[in-house]
Design a protein around this ligand. Structure first.
Ligand code: AMP
Ligand code: GLY
Length: 418
C-alpha cells in the first residue's frame, strides 16, 4: 500500500519512522516532510491547504491511505474532502476535530455527559466575562475559544493577569471574540492517548511533556520542550478511570451526534485529589509525545491506523516495550519568541547507538547543508530501562550535536526521576 503522511514536524518524523517499518507499506510519501524524513519517505512539495491538490496527488500515486499529523488540516476538513473523493484517511472529520478546535464544543460535551473537567463559563462579551471573573476571582484560567497553537491559554494567579488576558482575547488577538473562563485545577498533568474507530476505543500509552521553555518548568509556554513515556503518575487504575469516565463518554457523545470520532484522541489530564479531570482534547498525536510513543510501540503502526479508519479496532490489541523513552527538543535561541532561520547544524551523521533516534522538526537543506528553519528543530530521543537511563542517553547524544544557535532544557524528565 502507498501511504501519504501530511506534516513536517518531529511528530511526523516519528510517525514516518514507525510507518516505514510496516510490512503493509509499499511506498511512503510525506508532504511537505523535512530532511530527516527523507530517510523514510519521498518528500513531496504540496500545499496542504489545497485539498484538491492532495486528492489529485493521491490519485496519481495510487495512495491507499493518508495519515494526517497536525490539527490544522483536520480542523479544515481534509479528511472529509479525502473521503468525498473515495480516499481513506487517518484522522477525525472536521466536525469531530472540534474536540480540539473549539474549547466551548468540548466543554458542552463534558457538561452533557458528566465528564469530569474544570468548572467553566463561556463568554462572548468582555463585559460578561469581566463580571464572571469578579464573581469567581483568581487563581483562574482564561482560554481563547479556537486554535491558538497553545498560546491562547493564561493561567492567571492574579486578577490583573486575568483581566489582561481577557482584554487580549476580546481585542481579537487570537482571531475571535469568545473565551472560556475555567476553574484552576491543582495536580500533576499527564497525557493519555487512545485510538477510537468511532465505536471501539483502544488505549495506547501515557506520556508527560514539559511545556515551559526554561529549566524547572519556568518561563513562557511552548509547544513542548521534551517528553517521556510512560508517565509514572498514570497508574493502571488512573488510566482505567480516565478511560471509563472521560474518554468513552466522549466517544459516545460524538457517535450520538452522528459524527463518530475516528482517529487518535489525546486527552490532557490533571490528576486532582478528586481524580483525573480533563483539561483539553487534541484530535491528533502529541508533539513531542509521539517521539517517545513510537520507539516504545512493538506492534505495527500502519495496521493500527488502518483499523482505526476501518472501524475494526475491536480485533486488535497493542503491545509496548517495558523501557521508558525520553526526548529532548533542541530549539533555536529565542523560541517561543522571535527566532532566526538558516542556522547550521552539524554532527547528525554520527552513530548515536541503537537506543537513540534523532527526529527532525524545523530543519531544511540549504546548498546541501542542514540548517534550522523553525523554533523546535530536533528531537533527540532515547530508550532506557528507566526514565533516568533514557535521560542520560538522550543528553549524551544531545551533547554530541553541534548547533551553536540552539538551546534546550537540561532537566527533561525531572518529575519522573525525583
Ligand atoms: P491547554 O492548551 O488547555 O492544554 O492549556 C495549556 C496549559 O495550561 C495546560 O497544559 C496546563 O498546564 C494549563 N492549564 C489549562 N487549564 C488549566 C486548569 N483548568 N487548571 C490549571 N492549569 C490549567
Ligand atoms: N505537546 C503538546 C501538544 O502536542 O499539544
Amino acid at each position: 500500500m502507498n501511504v501519504l503522511l501530511i506534516g513536517s514536524g518531529g511528530r511526523e518524523h516519528a510517525l514516518a519512522w514507525a510507518l516505514s517499518a510496516s510490512p503493509l507499506l509499499t511506498r511512503l510519501y510525506a508532504a511537505p516532510g523535512n530532511p530527516g524524513m527523507a530517510k523514510q519517505a519521498e518528500l513531496v512539495t504540496l500545499d496542504v491547504t489545497r485539498h484538491g491538490d492532495i486528492v489529485a496527488f493521491c490519485k496519481e500515486k495510487s495512495i491507499g491511505f493518508v495519515v494526517v499529523g497536525p490539527e490544522a488540516p483536520l480542523v479544515a476538513g481534509l479528511v472529509d474532502d479525502l473521503a468525498a473523493a473515495g480516499i481513506k484517511a487517518f484522522g477525525p472529520s472536521k466536525f469531530a476535530a472540534q474536540l480540539e478546535g473549539s474549547k466551548g464544543f468540548t466543554k458542552d460535551i463534558c457538561r452533557d455527559y458528566g465528564i469530569p473537567t474544570a468548572a467553566y463559563e463561556r463568554h462572548e462579551s468582555l463585559e460578561g466575562a469581566r463580571a464572571y471573573l469578579k464573581k469567581v476571582g483568581a487563581p483562574i484560567v482564561i482560554k481563547a475559544d479556537g486554535l491558538a497553537a497553545g498560546k491562547g491559554v493564561t493561567v492567571a494567579m492574579t486578577m490583573a493577569e486575568a483581566d489582561a488576558a481577557l482584554a487580549d482575547i476580546f481585542a481579537g488577538r487570537f482571531g475571535g471574540a469568545s473565551c472560556v473562563i475555567e476553574e484552576f485545577l491543582e495536580g500533576e498533568e499527564a497525557s493519555f492517548f487512545v485510538l477510537s474507530d468511532g465505536r471501539n476505543v483502544l488505549p495506547l500509552a501515557t506520556a508527560q511533556d514539559h511545556k515551559r521553555v526554561g529549566d524547572g518548568d519556568t518561563g513562557p509556554n511552548t509547544g513542548g520542550m521534551g517528553a517521556y513515556s510512560p508517565a509514572p503518575c498514570m497508574t493502571e487504575a488512573l488510566c482505567n478511570e480516565a478511560l471509563e469516565k472521560i474518554v468513552k463518554p466522549t466517544v459516545k457523545a460524538l457517535a450520538d451526534k452522528g459524527h463518530p470520532y475516528k482517529g487518535v484522541l489525546y486527552a490532557g489530564l490533571i490528576l486532582t485529589a478528586a481524580g483525573p479531570k480533563l483539561i483539553e482534547y487534541n484530535a491528533r498525536f502529541g508533539d513531542p509525545e509521539t517521539q517517545v510513543l513510537m520507539p516504545r510501540l512493538r506492534d505495527d503502526l500502519l495496521t493500527l491506523l488502518l483499523a482505526t479508519a476501518d472501524g475494526t479496532l475491536d480485533k486488535l490489541s497493542v503491545r509496548w516495550r517495558k523501557e521508558a523513552a525520553l526526548t529532548v527538543c533542541l530549539c533555536t535561541k529565542g523560541y517561543p519568541g522571535e527566532i532566526t532561520k538558516g542556522n547550521p547544524i552539524k554532527g547528525l551523521e554520527q552513530d548515536f547507538g541503537a537506543d537513540v533516534e534523532v527526529f527532525h522538526a524545523g530543519t531544511t537543506k540549504k546548498d546541501g547543508v542542514l540548517v534550522s528553519s523553525g523554533g523546535r528543530v530536533l528531537n533527540v530521543t532515547a530508550l532506557g530501562a528507566t526514565v533516568k537511563e533514557a535521560q542520560a542517553r538522550a543528553y549524551a547524544a544531545v551533547d554530541r550535536i553541534d548547533f551553536p544557535m540552539g538551546f534546550h532544557r537540561r532537566d527533561i524528565g525531572w518529575r519522573a526521576i525525583g
